[in-house]
Ligand binder design. Sequence first.
Ligand code: KG4
Ligand code: ZN
Length: 339
Amino acid sequence: MKILGIESSCDETAAAVVSEAGVHADVVSTQIATHQPYGGVVPELASRDHMRQISRVVSETMTQAQCDWSDIDAVVATQGPGLIGALVVGLQAAKTIAMARGIPFVGVNHLRGHMLAARIPGEANAIPAYPYIALLASGGHTGIYQVDAHDRITCLGQTRDDAAGEAFDKVAKVLGLGYPGGPIIDRLAQTPGDEVTFPQSLRQRRSYEFSFSGIKTAVAQYVANAMKAHGDAPLPDEELLAVVRGFQRAVVETLVRKTVLAAREKQIPRVVLAGGVAANSALRAHAQEACDDRDLQLFMPPRHRCTDNAAMIAWAGLLSFRDGMRTPLSASPRASWPL
Ligand code: KG4
Ligand code: ZN
């Protein structure tokens, strides 16, 4: 069974072909250069870029997969959550292919795609058995989920305000580091040195809720005060790095503490990291240590499978399609679609 999947929910135009054996082709076209001058994703520009890239990305995927249209059993696409104008492009492309080829279409929830990525065959040393606790930390969402089966996912708690990735991006913007902030902060924080201590919201609460808007404000305030102290000059490099390291530590420690808490309280000894922030080196290292200490098994997809890609959408779509799910061609994109 071969499935073509399309992803266009934010700033990546992506397509992939997967089967039960794993990923046959995987193409991601990023829009970083388009949004870089604005320090964040501009929805209108994202839609236009998806329009420009989608045909090329799908064609390249089919060539890479070395398969013919007649080999494709179904086409699936991210239906939400995401930017409406961006979703429309991938969704309509998928529906058009389904109609032209006379094959079924399945709309996929992007969050579900992220959380099932760790189970794609052939990509990691080990595949987590159900049930598992998933930390989903991306640019649009941050929460802890209990995954009992591919179609039985329960949210245990999520952020009350900003997503973790959003905090990385906003802090990088405040510090003038560029976009997207996550990978830049990740790299800078690897340099050894001092750290500024920032407060960790909801730290003591035995809940699985997060809040990241406070730390964003704390960093902005710190920078404003430090600049004043330096006669309105920008922060010296070493102080800037201390802010970056301290910010990342606060976010990473919070994410790991609550994920481990969930695994222990639910008595589920398997933990999965998912979403763009799961590509973060410090998060991966800290989660590994915390899980080793508590006899929890940690599963981390490769980094390129944490950030947005279509293989995870195609895989989630394959599982639904195999169970008989079909989505009508009249289906609309969904800006928000809680699990
Ligand atoms: O999952 P994703 O690609 O898109 C959404 O579904 O939102 O996540 C993107 C987010 C961005 O906020 C980006 O800054 C963050 O993931 N990110 C990282 C890293 N790589 C991407 N955050 C921290 N460290 C990274 N290495
Ligand atoms: Zn995503």
